[in-house]
Design a protein around this ligand. Structure first.
Ligand SMILES: Cc1cc2nc3c(=O)[nH]c(=O)nc-3n(C[C@H](O)[C@H](O)[C@H](O)COP(=O)(O)OP(=O)(O)OC[C@H]3O[C@@H](n4cnc5c(N)ncnc54)[C@H](O)[C@@H]3O)c2cc1C
Length: 452
């Protein structure tokens, strides 16, 4: 049967969910969409993951906003699927449900000492400095020397924000409480450790260079750690990005140590992997082991151990998704089991009307742009399947407005309040972080109208 005016639910108003909505409106011109988001604000990790000193990337929210204002989309923030409304209720009431809930947790690292106070996950730290409403408003920044573990762009973000002087962030949307705490940080040294060699790190070349583009911060690289083995030579011959990265690291390693006089230093260590965190009641150091690549390019331990005195360790070794209650989840892979976006049951058969896109579909890798092509694949299948969809309908009516729900106008009022607070200080916006305060702003106009 053909559904002429399909009603689609999308869960998660991050880039994946919003791009899926945009593509769907193009492919199914009569469709209407309810876009659910558990936070009071849309945009997912573009708002709560991307670093505040990357305003150009944050600007992607302007394009996402243009999609949200389409009258065929109903934004429904502050509604958590699996808590306020179940997946089954959505499947019963809508012609298709696309889950785009992303990833918000840190992958764990199974080494002794990892649970000591002073050991942190990057996802938590990022959520704090980006003003996520559901995390603590204070962050312990007492250490003069810290370690960051990871060889990807999140490790670079964490290293940069730790090392950056707070005065360099005042023009951004960073919440005042975050700026105040960063300004009081006694930090002098950040040790960034990558398990891999110079030709195998996952940093993007541009973001790596940014480390050295900060005021009063030196980047220090040990030339001995840059030696290129046969595998590394092959990699840089094949991939230009890797060539650029090795060139950048080599330039830094060649700098005269006497010229390194900044008050903060980033020590970039290659070919070292963490063995254990040291300390009894809190982190006081980290033990690392030197690694080397075997003939297949795999990293293996050499047995050579090194110790660093650090008062905190941040692991940036990957994100993982939170399963959505009522939705299949592959705990090993950390994704929803699917065939090109069609969610599969335990027997491997597609579950009618249930789809996935974004990081919950393909895992926490890839830039914002890649969520678009990914969404296109999922939406194409949904639209193909609409032909066969039986008319939806159930007793439960998830389309009825919930009392605590924030609609597009509510979000725009929060947005306006943030812009107003920013303008007063000469910035584009200052983020509002307290959930209660966000809800107050969202409700403001409704209350004024009710009082008239
Ligand atoms: C620290 C960090 C920095 C990054 N920096 C960059 C960068 O500079 N440039 C770049 O291109 N990419 C960057 N990325 C990658 C980019 O953020 C991702 O590619 C993209 O956000 C993935 O989109 P998504 O929509 O799948 O997930 P998300 O962005 O995580 O969005 C998922 C949304 O679903 C909501 N949600 C979750 N569960 C529920 C539920 N049960 N009910 C309702 N809503 C729910 C969440 O609140 C969230 O809003 C970065 C990622 C991280 C982690």
């Amino acid at each position: 049967m053909t559904v002429h005016e399909p009603r689609i639910a999308i869960v998660g108003a991050g880039p994946a969910g919003i791009y899926a909505a945009d593509i769907l409106l193009g492919l199914a011109p009569t469709a209407s969409i309810d876009l659910f988001e558990k936070l009071p604000a849309p945009y997912g990790l573009v708002r709560y993951g991307v670093a505040p000193d990357h305003p150009r990337i944050r600007k992607i929210t302007d394009a996402l906003h243009d999609v949200l204002v389409n009258p065929r989309i109903r934004l429904r923030c502050n509604v958590e699927i699996g808590v306020d409304i179940t997946i089954d209720e959505l499947r019963a009431a809508y012609d298709g449900v696309i889950v785009a809930t992303g990833a918000d947790l840190d992958v764990s690292l199974d080494i002794p000492g990892i649970d000591l106070p002073g050991s942190f996950g990057a996802a938590d730290f990022v959520a704090w400095y980006d003003g996520h409403p559901d995390v603590s408003r204070t962050w312990p920044l007492a250490a003069e020397s810290v370690a960051v573990l990871g060889a990807g762009n999140v490790a670079l973000d964490v290293t940069r924000i730790l090392a950056k002087h707070a005065s360099q962030l005042t023009h951004t949307d960073t919440p005042d409480a975050v700026l105040d705490q960063l300004a009081a940080s006694p930090l002098r040294d950040v040790h960034l450790f990558a398990r891999r060699g110079p030709a195998d790190v996952r940093f993007s070349a541009l973001e790596l260079r940014e480390l050295a583009e900060q005021d009063d911060v030196d980047v220090i690289v040990d030339p001995d750690e840059l030696a290129l083995d046969e595998h590394a030579e092959r990699m840089i011959a094949q991939f230009s990005q890797r060539r650029i990265i090795v060139r950048t690291l080599t330039e830094w390693a060649a700098l005269d140590p006497a010229s390194r006089t900044a008050s903060r230093r980033i020590h970039l260590h290659l070919r070292q992997r963490p063995v254990r965190l040291l300390g009894t009641d809190r982190v006081t150091g980290i033990e690392m082991e030197r690694t080397a690549s075997d003939e297949l390019g795999r990293m293996v331990g050499t047995g050579e151990l090194l110790r660093y005195d650090v008062g905190a360790v941040y692991r940036a070794v990957g994100y993982r998704s939170t399963p959505v209650p009522g939705m299949p989840f592959d705990a090993d892979l950390g994704v929803v089991p699917h065939a090109e976006g069609r969610v599969l049951d335990a027997a491997g058969a597609p579950i009618p009307r249930l789809y996935a896109t974004g990081w919950i579909k393909r895992g926490p890798v890839g830039l914002i742009g890649s969520t678009k092509s990914d969404a296109a694949q999922t939406v194409r299948h949904l639209v193909d399947d609409l032909e066969a969809v039986e008319g939806a309908g159930s007793d439960a009516d998830p389309s009825a407005r919930l009392a605590h729900e924030i609609d597009l106008d509510g979000w725009l009022r929060i947005d306006a309040a943030e812009r107003g607070a920013g303008a007063a200080r000469g910035r584009e916006r200052t983020k509002i972080v307290e959930r209660g305060e966000m809800l107050e702003h969202a409700k403001q106009e409704q209350m004024t109208e009710a009082g008239r």
